[in-house]
Design a protein around this ligand. Sequence first.
Ligand SMILES: [Mg+2]
Length: 165
Amino acid sequence: MKFYKPTLRLSHYTKVTLPLLKEMGIKGIITDLDDTLAPRNTFLPDEEVCRWVKELTEGGIRICIVSNNHKKRTKDFADPLGVPFYYRAGKPSKKWIFKALETLQLTKDEVVLLGDQLFTDMAAANRCNMKSVLVDPVGTYGGWFVQFKRKMEIPLRKKIPYYEK
Ligand SMILES: [Mg+2]
């Protein structure tokens, strides 16, 4: 369980706010894309995610997207937001998380990893010894492997309480 456990669990990425990040001593976010910021079957960032990114970056927070999805999907989403991105990251691999930290020019203690999956996102954060925020998936669309992982997560998620303000 400790390999998958997030620092905080929130219902939605918009609950990650400037005051919360300040309280956590966080200056940057490495975020997952699919089902964290948008459902897998949407292609462009919606107004809500644009507003969230703008508000945080104007507040001094640096954001980088690290996705396991392919280049076009990640680029099409990240470019309109004006944030750097890495694709085919192979989370829970640590490699592109560390690349993202370099890009953000922050240390791992200053950055939180945001994601919707325990076995990829939260595991990657814990392997890197980083703080993490688990959110509920914003979409239900996904292939058999995603569905399989979601089923495996159900008993584990039940043990993680929400932290909401
Ligand atoms: Mg995801």
